[in-house]
Design a binder for this molecule. Structure first.
Ligand code: 3HC
Ligand code: NAI
Length: 706
């Protein structure tokens, strides 16, 4: 074995007559410019070196390759491009073998597809997830993959972005060989030697014949296009993927590559790509809370929930699904039976859908117990309180927890709005108290706001982040205030929507404008889903402290007074004559709105969809800026992730503050100032927004400040 010169990101080592090229760019061997240069040079030197009979590509560390370097997107491109490198690999006159351990994703799989033979180790995961970043495979993937595995399977991989395991990759003929080994180098060398001894030569994927049956392939492409019309509303790159595969069918390879390149660059330039890449990095940044850097999490095995209603049951299911043991406490036997029933219902639903069997349910519920006795929480590592939204009720629960829980147990509240400092101060161990704000349904929604009160210990915060990891939630660190990050901002843009409704827009127009923007539901649909009674109770509670000069729209109160709480009562803003899924517009609601306008002395005016959006987003962005300004959110990206994972904000727009950057902060500020002319009390520009505009910078600049 002898070492050759190489650029540092690609190590080049001769093993007998096999040149091993090791991608070495931690943590995932992304194909940054140094790696691309290294690969190109190494392939050239292998071609010129008579001692080399074959080339083996492997990745250093855990992974073969995580794809193109996402951090380079949007920056000035540097040669060589990845398509050029990939072409070089495929054109190698000496056989190239890729041995895949860990992941081969995106450009990483495209490199492997350009190799002449592919071996996957057990545990390998392969995929083309570019669509999740608003892109299409741009290094020949859209042309090689259909030729290798057919249009249908290729479209499935590229449109879903899903990862396939090694076995499925073999079944799809995406790889040629599996190795039940954990050393890619050894397995790869053995396979390459075998290929050499059987005189296997160069075999280019571009010459593969899986697109042979043209009419069938075209049918499959059409079917994918039809499905897409229903599924990926508003997204650009899935359509580009289909067009690229069509080019693979219709055009010679080189022309297909050109079409792929054109479509790739179009996607690369799109705001959708910028939004999705922002979301990708933001999801990783939110994990890096200051406390997680300085403290180790406490061990969590035994979890308890107090309250088995909507949230308590959902949280219990989430913890059970993560393999934890869960005890539920309720206030009386009837409520306890209902709480247990709420948990069982989730698993029965899965059985009905064929996604679980009775034995699976029994095995999960074996880790679940329900009790009326707080003493049963003595060994709990973490208790999550989810009783009624009432400070006295919560403090009474915490008093019990303080009495029975072992030292070091984490005591959490799922409160939506209440002051967690006041809860913490009511017990003898405030350092153990934290907010864990799950979203409904708690076993499905990804967001977990980790609300950090003044006296909490750093390791309790770290434990909350570790819990989020175990539960597969997306955690966002939030400070204490009324509504934390999400509900505080929601309260403001909901008011903006109510103002528009009273001024002349119907709730149906407003919902439509927001669905067209990309939200799955508009705010009035959401209100009907959540139940109007909860907001009504909050409004009544706050009535005494409300600023009497502030505008207050009473339409929601009029609906609630009639018992119209939304889906659960069969009517709210919408009528649900045929059950929760059958929403129709309600002329009686429109009449109530008319009457309220008249009562308030308002002459209704019309609103265009773009004005609705402008006002709604300005309210959301402005309060988002306040939340960052006050340190409730650490950075703008924390607001973005909160809205993407908790409030249905379209991911491809990157979150409200990323959207604000794209829309232009000076324009947001101008909008707010324009609206303030009618209602200066409601529309007060956030000091942070003003400051960013004055400095000529954007929210994103704060995401990168240390
Ligand atoms: N480029 C740059 N950085 C990347 C990266 C990439 N392709 N993939 C991961 N990273 C970074 C992450 O940002 C993170 O950085 P941080 O530590 O500073 O936060 C670090 O690598 C580790 O990533 P994860 O925390 O996600 O580690 P995991 O072990 O959980 O997951 C992974 C590893 C499965 C590779 C996951 O990171 C992933 O899915 N990466 C994205 C893969 C992808 O989308 N590739 C396609 C890129 S587009 C492309 O290839 C275009 C081509 O067709 C031309
Ligand atoms: P819920 O009314 O469905 O359930 C509350 C449960 O707590 C009831 O089953 C009740 O019997 C039980 N309970 C009341 N007092 C108790 C006590 N002293 N000991 C034991 N159990 C007691 O309410 P929901 O919706 O589950 O809300 C619970 C908490 O979660 C509230 O603080 C709420 O603000 C918060 N939350 C609610 C969300 C939602 O969408 N419903 C979302 C996020 C947080």
């Amino acid at each position: 074995m002898s070492r050759e010169t190489a650029l540092p990101s690609v190590e080049s080592t001769l093993h007998g007559n096999i040149l091993v090229l090791t991608l070495n760019n931690p943590p995932v061997n992304a194909l940054g410019v140094e790696v691309r240069r290294g690969l190109l040079a190494a392939i050239d030197s292998a071609t010129d070196n008579p001692a080399v009979a074959a080339i083996l590509l492997v990745g250093a560390g855990r992974h073969f390759c995580g794809g193109a370097d996402i951090r380079e997107f949007g920056k000035t491109p540097q040669a060589p491009t990845l398509p050029a490198v990939v072409k070089h690999i495929e054109d190698s006159p000496k056989p190239v073998v890729a041995a895949i351990q860990g992941v081969a994703l995106g450009g990483g799989l495209e490199v492997a597809l350009a190799a002449h033979y592919r071996l996957a180790l057990d545990g390998a995961r392969l995929g083309l997830p570019e669509v999740l970043l608003g892109l299409l495979p741009g290094a020949g993937g859209t042309q090689r993959l259909p030729r290798l595995i057919g249009a249908k399977a290729a479209l499935d991989l590229m449109l879903s972005g899903r990862h396939v395991n090694a076995r499925e990759a073999l079944e799809l003929q995406l790889v040629d060989r599996l190795a039940d080994a954990d050393d890619a180098l050894a397995a790869g060398l053995a396979y390459t030697r075998e290929l050499l001894s059987s005189q296997a030569g160069v075999r280019r994927t571009r010459d593969a014949r899986a697109l042979g049956d043209q009419p069938l392939q075209r049918e499959q492409i059409n079917a994918a296009r039809e499905q897409l019309a229903h599924k990926s509303k508003g997204l650009l790159s899935p359509h580009s993927i289909i067009r690229a595969v069509e080019a693979a069918l219709d055009q010679p390879f080189e022309q297909g590559l050109q079409e792929e390149r054109r479509l790739f660059l179009e996607c690369l330039d799109s705001p959708q790509r910028a939004g999705l890449v922002h979301a990708f990095f933001a999801e990783r940044e939110v994990l890096k809370a200051p406390e997680t850097r300085i403290a180790q999490p406490r061990p969590i095995e035994q979890v308890a929930v107090v309250g088995g209603g909507t949230m308590g049951a959902g949280i219990a299911v989430s913890a059970l699904d993560a393999g934890l043991r869960v005890t539920m406490i309720e206030r009386d036997q009837q409520a306890l039976d209902r709480g247990r029933g709420n948990v069982e219902k989730v698993y029965d639903g899965l059985i009905e859908k064929g996604r679980l069997d009775a034995a699976g349910k029994a095995a999960t519920l074996a880790r679940f117990s329900a009790s009326l006795d707080y003493q049963d929480l003595a060994q709990a590592d973490l208790v999550i309180e989810a009783v009624f939204e009432d400070m006295a009720a919560k403090q009474a629960v915490f008093k019990e927890l303080d009495r029975v829980c072992k030292p070091g147990a984490v005591l959490a509240s799922n409160t939506s709005y209440l002051d967690i400092n006041a809860i913490a101060d009511s017990v003898s161990r405030p350092a153990d108290v934290i907010g864990l704000h799950f979203f409904s349904p708690a076993n499905i929604m990804k967001l977990l706001e980790i609300v950090v009160p003044a006296k909490v210990a750093a390791d309790v915060v770290a434990t909350a982040f570790e819990l989020a990891r175990k539960l597969r939630k997306v955690p966002v660190r939030a400070g204490v205030c009324d509504g934390f990050i999400g509900n505080r901002i929601l309260a403001v843009y909901r008011q903006a929507a109510d103002h528009m409704m009273e001024d002349g827009a119907s709730p149906y127009q407003i919902d439509q404008a927001l669905r067209d923007f990309g939200f799955p539901m508009g705010p009035f649909q959401v209100a009907d889903l959540a139940g109007g009674d909860i907001g009504w109770a909050t409004r009544k509670r706050k009535a005494a402290t409300r600023d009497p000069a502030a505008r207050y729209v009473q339409i929601a109160d009029r609906l609630c007074e009639r018992g119209w709480f939304g889906q659960k009562t069969g009517r709210g803003y919408y009528l649900y004559a045929q059950g929760p899924r059958s929403a129709s517009q309600d002329p009686e609601v429109l009449a109530i709105i008319e009457a309220e306008r008249a009562r308030a002395g308002i002459t209704p005016r019309t609103f265009s969809p773009s004005e609705i959006l402008r006002r709604y987003m300005a309210a959301m962005i402005n309060e988002g800026a306040n939340v960052v300004h006050e340190g409730i959110a650490l950075r703008p990206l924390d607001v973005d992730i909160t809205f993407i994972h908790g409030y249905g904000f379209p991911r491809y727009r990157g979150g409200p503050l990323k959207y604000a950057d794209q829309y232009g902060l000076p324009q947001v500020l101008a909008d707010i100032r324009e609206f303030a002319e009618e209602d200066p009390r409601f529309w007060k520009p956030s000091p942070l927004l003003v400051e960013l505009v004055d400095r000529g910078t954007d929210f994103d600049s704060l995401n990168h400040a240390d």
